[in-house]
Design a protein around this ligand. Sequence first.
Ligand SMILES: Cc1cc2nc3c(=O)[nH]c(=O)nc-3n(C[C@H](O)[C@H](O)[C@H](O)COP(=O)(O)OP(=O)(O)OC[C@H]3O[C@@H](n4cnc5c(N)ncnc54)[C@H](O)[C@@H]3O)c2cc1C
Length: 575
Amino acid sequence: MPGALDARNRESAIQALAEGPLDVLVIGGGITGAGAALDAASRGLRVGLVESRDLAAGTSSRSSKLIHGGLRYLEQGDFKLVKEALRERDLLVSRLAPHLVRPLPFLFPLYKKVVERPYVGAGLVLYDAMEGVKRPVPHHRHLTTRGALRRAPALRPDRLAGAMVYYDAQVDDARYTVTVARTAVRHGAHIVTRASAVTLLRDGARVTGAVVKDEESGRTFDVRAAAVIVCAGVWSDLVHEASGVRAGYQVRMSKGVHLVVPRTAIDADTGMIVRTSKSVLFFIPWDSRWIVGTTDTDWSGDRAEPAATAEDVDYLLREANRVLARPLTRADVLAVYAGLRPLVAAPPADSRAGDKASGAEKPTTKLSREHVVDTPLPGLASIAGGKFTTYRLMARDVVDAAVAGLPRPVPPSVTGQLPLLGADGLPAVLASAGRLAADYDVPPTVAGHLITRYGTLATEVLDLVSADKTLGRPLLDGYPYLRAEVAYAVTHEGALHAEDVLARRVRLHIESSDAGLAAAPEVVAVMAGLLGWNRRRRAAELRRYQDFANANAAALAPAPPAAPAAAAEPVSVPA
Ligand SMILES: Cc1cc2nc3c(=O)[nH]c(=O)nc-3n(C[C@H](O)[C@H](O)[C@H](O)COP(=O)(O)OP(=O)(O)OC[C@H]3O[C@@H](n4cnc5c(N)ncnc54)[C@H](O)[C@@H]3O)c2cc1C
């Protein structure tokens, strides 16, 4: 099946990497690495990608899930970043991934009579003007106070002086990353998850590949490649250090925390963005829930599982409650998740980043969200910074840098014309959703749910249901996911563990109040059938998921009676 990332074929992907040689080896399977693999493979190069954990297991599953220009960066005068990001947003919404990236309205409440409306209005005129000519999302609009309360009765009416409504877009970040990776596979890339680049291979100064450790078996093997690309996000410095590479940038980690609350807790039919004392706070609709965030604080702890704290939760509740008529409490919070921004602290003098000053002293809110590409050694290119929204441009730039030293000419990037898997033919599938439901003998809601998540690939999931009716059953009562989606995660999306399914293929880890624990036995049972797990292995998988699911539990425990000592107050910002 072209573009299937079948966990059962992992051994043959490892063999393809070990046999090589490749043109390009990508280290890291977040959105940047998946994007780089797609960019390089679609230029006709032989590409491999290794990811230490799972696709999107790092920052790329823990974002605010917005594909946006970033109003805040406009206010900071970062016009180039905003313009690039808005053009990318429009390309993804209209052509490359309309099945995954959807326009979303945001209400911006105004609280200062007279002065605020012209200021915010002018910003939104500029925001709208920076888009391309063909506009896939509507223009901004002005609302009166009554109009604002009609859209968002949840807002406190006192002090409200009207609102603006503008548009950005929304994505399931992990699903998007997996889809980019699968599209790379469709173009010939070999992708292996749970495989870490341990150190770089060298021939003199030139980098010629990497020693890779299979994290499942513990064995190591060499992967030879004409060029290596480091897309390791907040791990970039570690990858460089392990091979004694002096890179031209360093990463500064900034933690961002989000709360997930039920949709019923906040009465509004639109996303919202509100100013806080230092920045802004988003209320983002997420099916039958809201995502509320985020914070921005320096982090120096565990990169793999950044933990939210009770102070983070208190801060977000406090900021949200400044504008909500019915205050949110800890009892409303279903889940909390934290991610690390890989911000560039010290870009090299000739980098693309607009901010040339060393960022070591700056607050993380002030660090540029532009990306930096560095080529510290022949055969090695490394990238960090940037935003999910601009991943395609980041991928293009780092692949350009990596292939500049190859002996043969390489065509320019084509990803601007390359719809992701599931996008081609979407209008026809949407129009014939009713027939699809009838053909596969499933309720129309099921067909709709699958099209929303997989686009035209929904039929591949439905084929699994046709072959085994038990896969048509819900994974967990009260949630739209099917058991077939677990099977599909293994056979088409490379899931190797229950965590891969519950945290990144379906999103029960952040959508349910028990972090997906109730669904874990069923997930393990479906996976076991496909991956040949015995009873011991199944028990081990369940324990492994329990450990993972409990990582953020402490943040939701009741707040300690005494005020926290000397904890830096988080600052909420858009990512
Ligand atoms: C709280 C928060 C909110 C955000 N919101 C938004 C938003 O709404 N919109 C937006 O555009 N951007 C947003 N961002 C930014 C965006 O999420 C990140 O820029 C992007 O996800 C970074 O992707 P990445 O691939 O560079 O890093 P990652 O996703 O972290 O990927 C790096 C990968 O490298 C792997 N790796 C590390 N070392 C090795 C090794 N030795 N061998 C193999 N693999 C390795 C890791 O396991 C990891 O999976 C947000 C960020 C945060 C933290």
